[in-house]
Design a protein around this ligand. Sequence first.
Ligand SMILES: Nc1ncnc2c1ncn2[C@@H]1O[C@H](COP(=O)(O)OP(=O)(O)O)[C@@H](O)[C@H]1O
Ligand SMILES: C[C@@](O)(CCOP(=O)(O)OP(=O)(O)O)CC(=O)O
Length: 520
Amino acid sequence: MTTVASCPGKVLLAGGYLVLDRQYRGFVVSTPSRFYTVVRNAANSTNATPSTSGEVDESFPIKVVSPQFDDGRWDFVAKREGGQWRVDPVVREGSSSNPFVHLSVQATLQLASALQPDATFAPLDITIVGSNDFYTQSREDTAPRPFAPLNCTIRNVHKTGLGSSAAMVTSLTSSLFLHWTAGASSADTETALSEAPTSSRLPGPDAATTQLLHNLAQYVHSLAQGKIGSGFDVSAAVYGSQTYRRFAVECLSDLLDRGSSPVLADELVKVLAPGQNAAWSDEATSGSVTPFALPPHTLLLLADVDAGSNTPSMVGKVMQWKKAQPADADRVWNEVARANEGVRDACAALTAAARKDEKAYVDEICRLASISASEWSSSILPVRAAMESILRTRALMREMGEASDVPIEPREQTRLLDACSALPGVVGAGVPGAGGYDAVWVLCLDPASSPSTHASEDNSARPVAAVEALLRSYKEMSVGPLSQSAWVRGGTFEGEAGLLRERLEEVPGLVQAIERAGRY
Ligand SMILES: Nc1ncnc2c1ncn2[C@@H]1O[C@H](COP(=O)(O)OP(=O)(O)O)[C@@H](O)[C@H]1O
Ligand SMILES: C[C@@](O)(CCOP(=O)(O)OP(=O)(O)O)CC(=O)O
């Protein structure tokens, strides 16, 4: 039996810092770049091997391989003692620890065994891969093959900011849980999580299971990171593009204070199961996920900036300022919140216009694509509102940065974003998430794009082509546009989907990745 779950990466388009506070929302886009976890019963495996030691009731080995990394193998042994599962790493020469993987396996096994007491547990082979765009690729002209080896250790890899650990943890915990509880839900409770357009994917779990998977991934990710962020990245991994309001830490009870020592299975269920812990649905503590989507015929291009910034230290300084100057900070935060909502409303208005009269919409997008946004005054579409809201958000985030002495949109980035924004057909540009020197996004009109447009088509006349050319030739900083497969196309399934259950053979390169994993 094989179970495959995939989860997207994230871009926090607007709402950085604000989203840490439950009063405010973050506007998150999920990317077509995904993490995939393949869980298989090991070849020639028999069911759980009863131990001869007397104390251990049952045990089985778990092998996890990330074939993109030189040191991407972690071995564990799971043992049941007195009804509780404990997962211990098996240290081999040259192996490194991976708390994200370890804690995912530990918590998921305990939870699954409690919810499916008659489940049988057999030795497992697990393969984890991430789309190439999660990691900086060597800048060659030829496109790398899917899930290309990075020829380095996991510690040394350079990440592009799409949120590798959140997408990895969520795909690993979800695929394991679904593998161990397969058959638990009857066919009629299985509804499609995100309506997959074709049968190339399997239906997702029902809404309650999906929320349980979200809660589990949030717990594991916070524990492994050793810090609590807003959780928008895990939420995007589960639910896809969204307007995100964080859940209160009380939802996780005292689980995080208890560190990495295994938690009793029943206690884990009491905290994580939405039906057993009222905090997940109580308005005073629950989070929320509501729609947010880029409009049709727009395209979000992402680029990685080589310099890099430290998110936790930036967050620390902004929060220090907010504490020291509460009145000023509240004013700025409320203004940022309004500007961000303006971006969301403009996107929603454009989507509505496309639905109302698609031909008129596409014709107008075609016209606007060849002129710069400063000349869009006479448009019948609310494109100017989108462009102005983005500019307003940027100005206010710069104000926040200056007041707290944090380079949220440093001058170098301002020059780059302004240069991109002046190109024909560009709605606006920004620094995602916490900002700094990590990355930029550029939102372009894209008349040519539709769900059926493929990477090989001629791009030269599209606004995105000029943006890409500018980024590639930019001298002031080293900027690397992510590949076309990471571009988010507005109004498409791939640009909005969250957790998906995949068919192994339908994911290009996945079978080959498993073959490579077999050699580890
Ligand atoms: N392909 C992978 N296989 C296994 N673990 C991974 C993989 N990618 C990321 N991780 C885990 O996530 C950690 C990186 O987390 P972090 O530094 O928070 O990065 P990010 O900002 O991308 O989430 C790695 O040290 C590793 O434990
Ligand atoms: C500041 C934040 O609101 C947004 C940070 O977003 P990034 O996308 O910059 O995050 P990293 O992947 O951790 O670098 C913190 C948060 O919401 O957790």
